[in-house]
Design a protein around this ligand. Structure first.
Ligand code: FES
Length: 573
């Protein structure tokens, strides 16, 4: 709605001049009759469906369901494609393109006669990208994710995306799994449409959307293949039309309370570390102050209430049957601001009141949690002056306090060349350090922070070591992995100065990451350090390198922080 109570789309579709003639006339070539242009809210269906993104394959069908709901509620749905990013195919890393996709969403929303928008997302980056773009425009917005795949099944047991891929790969490298078994597992893991069904990044993003109040209750966990997701699509279509009439914009839902709730829910579900970087970027777009320390302060003392891989045993399908996010929120209600408004028009507390848990092996009660504390720990120290993160619930308890000799890799190519070298001077007490995989350095901050351990140690039975990098890790990964070191090596952060043989101390309880090198020696190394030349000279990647912010600011582009609203800044017709 505009300030005068008129639909925004009226500026295109209700004009009685040449601009109106052109806008309506050309839409009519798709069979839309005149009555569609008489004051109906126009709903954009922003679709990240793509053959190149298997996790979002079901969104084509879901878009049709949303359209039915929009028509039924008296709206006019118009579907449009935006840049999609599939984790399994895209190189060098989808994170490089998250900000590009957000620009695509932002500019498309602002440029077109849309009164409200449904964001159809799924695979990891598609959800934050769409939300970031939508936040910068601030229309009435509701998100609908593709839903998780059904549980993987392999030789009589359930297997989870990502988590078991890492496990199988380690077994294959250690010689305890054959290539034939590995291939059989490959064919058993993705049994249906949908995104990864562990509590990886996609499921974490889906839970983030629901805990922020941006989708209908239960939207996070209904499996993609379950007809209840299609029915949810229809209801989303109904609701977005009402939201336009109520002028319920994103900024009314995305308050500081909503962000705090999302951080707490993420802790209780054992959500992905990628949640941190994406939530920071979304907050930056909508203008809500949020810092790295908020994640530790609000989340790290909360209990783990969900028993899902990679922190636990079960998968999203089980989570849904156990009651899904509404049941989890009901358990966590003592920690949440239940007054936070959601897209239903009711508060999150009203939406989830009385939600029941049907399986205590999957969702614990608040007084009998799976772990007393979960969440993300934020580390500080001379190795990460502006912070680094670790996910304690996915780490090895015996490594949470550890001192070890650094084995250092200058970049991913150096790592690949030497990690399996039998001559590599490494044992299980060492700390593996990988530089150059940060936002600017790679560029794009890939999920290379969970790296394969040296083959010779895997063969000895070693399954975890302290790993430190300026990169990210997959939400499905596990291990004692320190990530998002800020400042990154490529901008001259202390990580750039670590040398082979230095000693590093990690103390998660004390939130400390310390490089045992004297300040004077670090200063000498700093003076001798020269910045690496950019890996890319042109195009979007060059723009990204020149403008990307560090991980503690969500790795957004500096000129995209904030928003410009929905007004078109200039017209020529
Ligand atoms: Fe798309 Fe995991 S690869 S959600």
């Amino acid at each position: 709605m505009t300030e005068k109570g008129k639909l925004r789309s009226a500026g295109w579709l209700e004009r009685q001049d040449m601009a109106g003639f052109v806008a309506r006339g050309w839409l009519k070539n798709q069979g839309h009759p005149e009555q569609m242009f008489a004051g109906k809210p126009v709903i954009g269906i922003c679709n990240t469906w793509s053959d190149l993104n298997p996790c979002n394959a079901s969104l084509r069908i879901l878009a049709e369901q949303v359209k039915r709901g929009v028509y039924e509620a008296g709206g006019f749905p118009l579907e449009f494609p935006v840049t999609s990013m599939g984790e399994t195919l895209m190189k060098p890393t989808t994170m490089l393109y998250r900000n590009l996709a957000s620009m695509d969403v932002e500019e498309t929303l602002r440029a077109n006669p849309l009164d409200g928008v449904v964001l159809l997302t799924g695979c990891d980056k598609t959800t934050p990208a769409c939300l970031m773009g939508a936040c910068s425009v601030d229309l009435p917005t509701i998100a609908l994710t593709s839903g998780p795949m059904l549980n993987g099944k392999f030789r009589g047991r359930d297997i989870g995306s990502g988590t078991d891929v890492y496990r199988f790969t380690a077994e294959l490298r250690a010689g305890s799994m054959t290539q034939t078994e590995y291939l059989e597992a490959e064919g058993s893991i993705s049994r249906s449409e949908g995104h990864c069904m562990t509590m990886g990044t996609a499921s974490t993003m889906a839970c983030m959307v629901e805990s922020l109040g941006l989708t209908l209750p239960s939207g996070a966990a209904i499996p993609a293949a379950d007809s209840r997701r299609r029915r949810l699509g229809h209801l989303v279509g109904n609701r977005i039309v009402e939201m336009v009439r109520e002028d319920l914009r994103l900024s009314k839902v995305l308050t500081r309370s909503a962000f705090e709730n999302a951080i707490k829910v993420n802790a209780a579900i054992g959500g992905s570390t990628n949640f941190v970087i994406h939530l920071l970027a979304i907050a930056g777009r909508v203008g809500v102050p949020l810092s790295l320390d908020d994640f530790d302060r609000l989340g790290s003392q909360l209990p783990l209430l969900v028993n899902l891989m990679p922190s636990g045993k079960y998968l999203m399908e089980d989570f849904f049957y156990a009651g899904g996010l509404p049941a989890l929120i009901e358990e966590l209600k003592g920690h949440l601001d239940l007054r936070a408004l959601t897209v239903t028009g009711a508060s999150i507390g009203e939406n989830t009141k009385g939600a029941q848990c049907y399986n205590r092996e999957v969702i614990a009660s608040a007084d009998r949690p799976f772990k007393e504390t979960a969440g993300i720990a934020v580390l500080r120290g001379n190795l990460c002056p502006d912070g680094a993160i670790i996910k304690p619930s996915a780490a090895s308890p015996q490594l949470m306090k550890h001192r070890g000799r650094a084995v250092v890799f200058a970049d991913i190519e150096d790592y690949k060349a030497r990690i399996d070298d039998p001559q590599l001077d490494v044992d299980e007490s060492c700390v593996l350090v990988l530089k150059g995989i940060g936002p600017r350095g790679f560029p794009g901050m890939p999920e290379a922070g969970k790296f394969n351990l040296p083959k010779k140690l895997l063969e000895k039975g070693v399954r975890d070591m302290v790993c430190i990098s300026d990169g990210r890790m997959s939400g499905t990964a596990y291990g004692t992995i320190v990530l998002h070191v800020v400042p990154e090596a490529a901008v001259g952060g202390p990580l750039a100065l670590v040398q082979e043989g230095d000693f590093i101390e990690l103390d998660v309880a004390a939130r400390r990451l310390h490089l045992e090198v004297a300040d004077a020696e670090l200063e000498r190394r700093r003076r001798a350090w020269t910045p690496p030349s950019p890996r890319v000279e042109r195009g979007y990647a060059r723009l990204y390198i020149d403008h990307v912010l560090q991980a503690d600011r969500g790795a957004d582009l500096d000129f995209l922080v904030g928003g410009s609203g929905s007004e078109v800044y200039r017209e020529y017709r």
